[in-house]
Every structure is written in structure tokens, then in C-alpha cells.
Design a protein around this ligand. Structure first.
Ligand SMILES: *[C@@H]1O[C@H](CO)[C@@H](O)[C@H](O)[C@H]1NC(C)=O
Ligand SMILES: *[C@@H]1O[C@H](CO)[C@@H](O)[C@H](O)[C@H]1NC(C)=O
Ligand SMILES: *[C@@H]1O[C@H](CO)[C@@H](O)[C@H](O)[C@H]1NC(C)=O
Ligand SMILES: *[C@@H]1O[C@H](CO)[C@@H](O)[C@H](O)[C@H]1NC(C)=O
Length: 398
């Protein structure tokens, strides 16, 4: 910390004086305050032969026993950043040998990672668990259905959802899916804009066949009737039920905070909670799809999605407040470890035997990150699900 100041200022005498004063002041600071156990000491950063080590000072808290919650359902909602979140659940299940709820490899949706786009889990869209096992974790696309989720997952399952600011989700949906009922029917420079002037003119008959009719709510199990009626009281009832069922709803705009809360609620380790950003579209040209006044139109149309989003946005902030000041401290720590992870994983392929050692913290035991961990963090959903299928059933075709 002090060195660079000295080096940069050697050329002028005032600089030297300044640097000396500063370094004396800083060393006094360090001498006076006893080293605090909860502060990262950057001087402890060591590099050994062939290994990179990041050493943090040990903390004096007692070690946690492994009380990690293992039964989890993650509702993977389209175009919300859910692939990034899903990797956390895939990895947790993989590392703990959990039994996943999986669809048959060949299914009506044409993707081995989709349980259903129209309904909850059923005996025809879900494979039975391997002999002697029971389902423990679900994190593939499916519609939430309170009853049917509970027939496949244990009673003590923790439910996690995800929501994104609805208009951002809509733009991303247009950009990614280019739904035929909009793009084939409307021949104009900004089809999304034309669509929003009268959505019902273009929407499919049933909401479940649509990707733009309050789709987030629909994936959370909102009924056809409610999507049609948009009855206020019924919407509130739907939201209350969702709140009861889902212990945590990740808000994409507060992703890192959400994941830290998830880690705390599920008693997972910081290593379990790590993630690298996935599936982020780099070539966005939504200017071609919507106009500058369309956000308001969309708000009038997607009333249930907005009600849901606003409610769970506020609940997440409340939940975070309940965690106390310590949450922000851990958030900084988490962000730091995520940066270090991302830097390590960006080169770990070149130094396959290197390990990143992270010392214990106030919140976690020490852990090591190896190249194999990076491979899991980087693994695309499709490949991951295939490997889980092979491990679970001995075949990628079942
Ligand atoms: C998971 O299973 C593998 C092989 O079947 C085994 O080596 C490993 O120890 C298991 N891991 C856990 C956490 O049970
Ligand atoms: C939810 O699942 C139950 C049990 O599988 C089924 O009877 C019911 O029709 C489903 N509800 C909807 C709205 O699909
Ligand atoms: C997590 O662990 C704490 C104590 O370590 C415990 O009080 C809490 O019930 C656990 N949470 C869950 C959901 O099991
Ligand atoms: C985005 O779309 C607009 C309208 O079609 C077009 O004029 C513009 O060149 C596009 N920009 C990019 C970066 O493709």
C-alpha cells in the first residue's frame, strides 16, 4: 500500500515529504490499532510454486456443522437470468450427489433440459427416481403447480423463484424468442411497438401458449382465468400464496444480494453459492423492437407480472434488512471472492494443477477452488443436465 506512493513521488521533494508523512501516518495507524480478525490483510497474499494462494487471516468463530438444506426447488423462469442461478443448483446437486427431477431426454419440447412449458411436473414429463432413491432437487424449466411439485419433492423442500423487471424481461424475450404471433404477423420496423398498441389482437388464445402474456406470473402458476380477468383481489391472493410457497424469490436486479440470502437461508457454503454470469446476450438490438414510449404500454398490459415483481422486490429488501448490518459485510466479502474466482477460472485451464486457497472467514470455513470447480462453474446447462442424466440413470438417452 505504501510502496507505490513512495515510488511514484521520488522525483519531487514535496512528493517525498508527503510520502514520508503518509507512510509514517499509515504505519502509526497500523501499529496503533490491533490487527482486526475480520479485516482482510492484503499483505497475506502469497504465491507459491505452481500454486496460487490467497490467504486470509483466520477468524476466531466456531466452525459450522454441515446443516445445508438439500431439498430445493428452483423455478427457472424464462429470460430472467435464471441460467446463471440454475448453475448454482446444478452444481450443488452434483457436488452432493442429489437426485434431480429430470424430464425424459426425448420430450415434446425438443430439449432434454425442459420438463414442461405448459404444466407442472407429471408422471409423463418426469422420470421416476433411480431404484432406492427419491427426488431431492428440481431446477429445470417447468410451470409451478403447488400440488404436483409436492408429489415429487419432499415435504421440507425449500422453494426458490426468480423475477426480473418485467419490461426488461419482455425486451429480452422479443430479442431471443422472436415469437411468431408477433414477428410473423406484424411487418413493421418495430413489431414489438405495434404489438403493444393492442396485444390481444396478436396474443394466442390461451396464456400458457404465450411467451409475452404475463409469462413470469404464468410460470409461477397463475391461472388462465386470472390472466384474463386481472381481478385485483385474485391477484393479491395469488401473490400471497406465492409468498407462502417461495421462501426466496431472486430479483435479477439484485442478483448478488439474492444469492447471498439464498446461501444464508439454505446454510450453504460460500463455495456452493459462487457463480459466473451466464447466457448474457451480447448483441442486443432492442431498439429495433420497441419504441421510446412502450414501457408505459407494457406496464398496462403486464399488470400481474408487475404486481408480482413489485411485491417480491420489496420483500427481498425487507428480508435483507432483517439480516442486519453483517449482511453488507458478507456481501463485500462474497463479491470479492466472486471476483477472485472469476479471475482464477479465466486462466485455470492453463494451469490445471493450480489451486486457489481461500482461508476461513467470519462466515465460512476455508476452501479450495480447483480447475474442476471452474469447469462446473462454466458448464453450459445442456451439458450439465446430460452429465447428471448419465450419472443418475447410466444413459444419456433415457
Ligand atoms: C458422490 O458419489 C461419488 C461416486 O459415486 C463419490 O465418490 C462421492 O464421494 C460422493 N460425494 C458425496 C458428497 O457423497
Ligand atoms: C396441478 O397438478 C394437479 C396434480 O397433478 C392437477 O390435478 C391440476 O390439474 C394441476 N393444475 C393445473 C392448473 O394444471
Ligand atoms: C441453518 O442452521 C442454523 C444453525 O446453524 C439453524 O438454526 C437453521 O434452522 C438452519 N436452517 C435450515 C433451513 O435448516
Ligand atoms: C439496430 O436496428 C436498427 C433498426 O433496424 C438499425 O438501424 C441499426 O443499424 C441496428 N444496430 C445494430 C448495432 O445492429
Amino acid at each position: 500500500m505504501i510502496q507505490p506512493i513512495r515510488r511514484c513521488c521520488v522525483r519531487n521533494i514535496r512528493g517525498v515529504t508527503f510520502a514520508l508523512v503518509m507512510s509514517v501516518a499509515l504505519s502509526l495507524l497500523f501499529l496503533e490499532g490491533k490487527p482486526r480478525a475480520d479485516k482482510i490483510n492484503f499483505d497475506d497474499h502469497e504465491r507459491g510454486r505452481g500454486d496460487s494462494f490467497l490467504i486470509y487471516r483466520p477468524f476466531s468463530t466456531t466452525k459450522k456443522v454441515d446443516r445445508a438444506v438439500r431439498h430445493v426447488a428452483f423455478l427457472k423462469v424464462h429470460k430472467t437470468g435464471s441460467s446463471t442461478a440454475q448453475n448454482i443448483f446444478l452444481r450443488f446437486g452434483w457436488n452432493h450427489n442429489l437426485t434431480f427431477v429430470l424430464p425424459p431426454a426425448k420430450n415434446p419440447f425438443g430439449y432434454p433440459n425442459i420438463i414442461s412449458l405448459r404444466e407442472g411436473p407429471t408422471s409423463s414429463n418426469v422420470l421416476p427416481p433411480p431404484a432406492g432413491k427419491h427426488h431431492e432437487i428440481l431446477c429445470n424449466h417447468v410451470i409451478y403447480n403447488r400440488t404436483s411439485f409436492r408429489t415429487y419433492l419432499p415435504k421440507n423442500t425449500f422453494y426458490v423463484g426468480i423475477l426480473r423487471e418485467p419490461y426488461e424481461c419482455f425486451k429480452s424475450t422479443l430479442n431471443y424468442f422472436r415469437p411468431g404471433y408477433i414477428f410473423l404477423k406484424i411487418k413493421s420496423p418495430a413489431p414489438g411497438s405495434d404489438y403493444l398498441t393492442d396485444p390481444l389482437k396478436y396474443e394466442p388464445e390461451s396464456a400458457i401458449s404465450s411467451i409475452t402474456n404475463n409469462r413470469m406470473a404464468v410460470e409461477f402458476g397463475c391461472s388462465e382465468n386470472l390472466v384474463k380477468s386481472k381481478n385485483r383481489d385474485q391477484i393479491m391472493k395469488f401473490i400471497k400464496q406465492t409468498e407462502q410457497d417461495f421462501g426466496l424469490v431472486i430479483i435479477t436486479e439484485m442478483f448478488e444480494e439474492s444469492i447471498l440470502l439464498l446461501k444464508r437461508y439454505l446454510n450453504w457454503s460460500i463455495k456452493d453459492a459462487l457463480y459466473l454470469n451466464k447466457n448474457i446476450a451480447h448483441r442486443k438490438n432492442v431498439s429495433a423492437l420497441v419504441g421510446p414510449y412502450d414501457r408505459e404500454l407494457y406496464k398496462q398490459w403486464a399488470t400481474i407480472d408487475y404486481a408480482l415483481y413489485d411485491h417480491f422486490y420489496k420483500r427481498l429488501r425487507q428480508q435483507i434488512r432483517k439480516e442486519g448490518n453483517d449482511f453488507d459485510e458478507e456481501l463485500l466479502h462474497f463479491a470479492e471472492i466472486r471476483r477472485i474466482t472469476s479471475e482464477f477460472c479465466s486462466v485455470s485451464g492453463k494451469y490445471k494443477d493450480d489451486k486457489l486457497a481461500v482461508k476461513e472467514s467470519k462466515w465460512d470455513e476455508k476452501f479450495e477452488l480447483a480447475h474442476t470447480d471452474c469447469l462446473l462453474l462454466q458448464k453450459q446447462e445442456m451439458h450439465f443436465v446430460k452429465e447428471i442424466r448419465v450419472r443418475q440413470y447410466g444413459s444419456e438417452d433415457i
